[in-house]
Ligand binder design. Structure first.
Ligand code: NAP
Ligand code: FE
Length: 361
């Protein structure tokens, strides 16, 4: 058995301020990578600027990362970072800026390489030190080695083959309180999916299951607050902790079929990541239970759901109705069935009809 999650993580109130010296310790000049607004709105950008200035560390800001960032945005930020001669990269935001910042740190380090390096596993993975400060509670990207980018030519999103581990993660739920309720729900469901998909996974072992099982319990304690939009401080903390713990679980195993099915829906219909994954979770559990009902039961117990029907009702209630043209799903399933890599984390044989049924239950 192997378990490797090398990121140094601090989770505490006013984390950035408390660990300012550490944050500033990776070089003379930082490239700060954010989305367009939220890093400013939630106060995280100001906190990082103060931390760097109090340590006489220079910085430049790239604030153009879009949701589901593209390869083109990564290359634009890389050019900006190279011109600015930066030594390390700080990502602030949801999974989109954090994933972008990992890819940017690799491309700055490999300044002679073109965009093709992003998806070419033959290149050795080297990158600048990368610090991640999450402002959503969903992806766990602050501790995972993954970066998922939009690949326009393939009309979908894909995970890089390179493993880019952040050197430092500073997590503080005071930032996540600025999310809209819809965004809080969608991102929390992403974390839930990570715990389920890492637990019910071909690569699962005792270590990552320990993270997943504990994370499901932490998530389950706060689950009702998503239904009635009544999150208190403890709930924001629980979802952020569960999200980081879920990241530790998938760092080891990767995700599985619900994530695989979600990417085209996000690309084609702009359905937010967590929501696009979440709609497949009840069907995934139902199908998985045909082969291993005990494993599914344990996951549901940890979340404090009595059975799959109760779980499905909950998901339908928090996510609302999501409808789309069935043909899109059928085409996507056809692509997945033809790609061994997309199926390998699911431990049982599965047919196209069964995959389509993930949505129909
Ligand atoms: P996101 O795409 O990063 O952000 C979604 C929206 O939330 C943006 O409009 C953003 O605004 C806003 N936002 C972020 N933090 C906020 C805050 N504190 N207050 C108010 N608004 C806030 O959302 P995400 O769900 O966290 O990330 C999704 C991405 O992560 C997808 O590309 C997905 O594939 C990827 N992902 C990666 C991993 C991994 O292991 N690396 C795992 C799962 C998912 P701004 O644009 O203004 O910032
Ligand atoms: Fe995800």
């Amino acid at each position: 058995m192997r378990f490797y999650v090398p990121t140094e993580v601090y989770n505490t109130q006013n984390c950035v301020e408390r660990y300012a010296t550490k944050l500033a310790s990776f070089g003379k000049k930082a490239l700060i990578v954010t989305g367009r607004n939220s890093a400013k709105k939630c106060g995280a950008l100001d906190d990082v600027i103060k931390a760097l200035e109090s340590n006489d560390t220079a910085y430049e800001i790239f604030d153009e990362v879009e949701n589901n960032p593209s390869m083109e945005t990564v290359m634009k930020a890389r050019d900006f970072g190279l011109k600015s001669n930066v030594d390390f990269v700080i990502g602030i935001g949801g999974g989109s800026p954090l994933d972008a910042c990992k890819a940017i740190s690799m491309m700055i380090k490999n300044k002679d390489k073109g965009m093709e390096m992003l998806y070419d596993a033959d290149y050795e993975t080297t990158y600048l030190p990368t610090v991640c400060i999450p402002t959503t509670a969903g992806t766990g990207s602050e501790v995972t080695p993954y970066a998922i980018l939009t690949v326009h030519k393939d009309k979908t999103k894909r995970s890089l083959p390179h493993k880019i581990y952040p050197v430092l993660a500073l997590t503080d739920s005071k930032y996540t309180r600025f999310m809209s309720h819809e965004n809080t729900v969608n991102t929390a469901i992403d974390a839930l999916a990570h715990m389920l998909e890492s637990n019910l996974n071909t690569n699962a072992n005792l270590y990552n299951r320990a993270f997943s099982e504990y994370g499901l319990k932490v998530w389950g304690v706060s689950k009702d607050s998503l239904i009635n939009a009544s999150l208190e401080e403890k709930d924001f903390n629980n979802f952020l902790n569960a999200s980081t713990i879920a990241g530790m679980a998938i760092a080891h195993t990767g995700t599985s079929l619900p994530h695989g099915l979600s990417y085209t829906l996000t690309y084609e219909l702009n359905i937010p990541h967590g929501k696009a994954v979440g709609i497949f979770l009840p069907g995934y559990l139902k199908e998985y239970a045909k082969n291993d009902s005990q494993a599914v039961k344990e996951c549901l117990n940890n979340l404090d759901f009595k059975d799959i029907d109760e779980f499905k009702n909950y998901i339908d209630t928090v996510l609302g109705k999501v409808s789309f043209d069935q043909t899109l799903l059928e085409q996507d399933v056809e692509r997945i069935m033809a790609n061994e890599k997309k199926l390998k984390n699911y431990p049982f044989k599965i047919t196209a009809e069964e995959l389509i049924d993930f949505y129909e239950v």
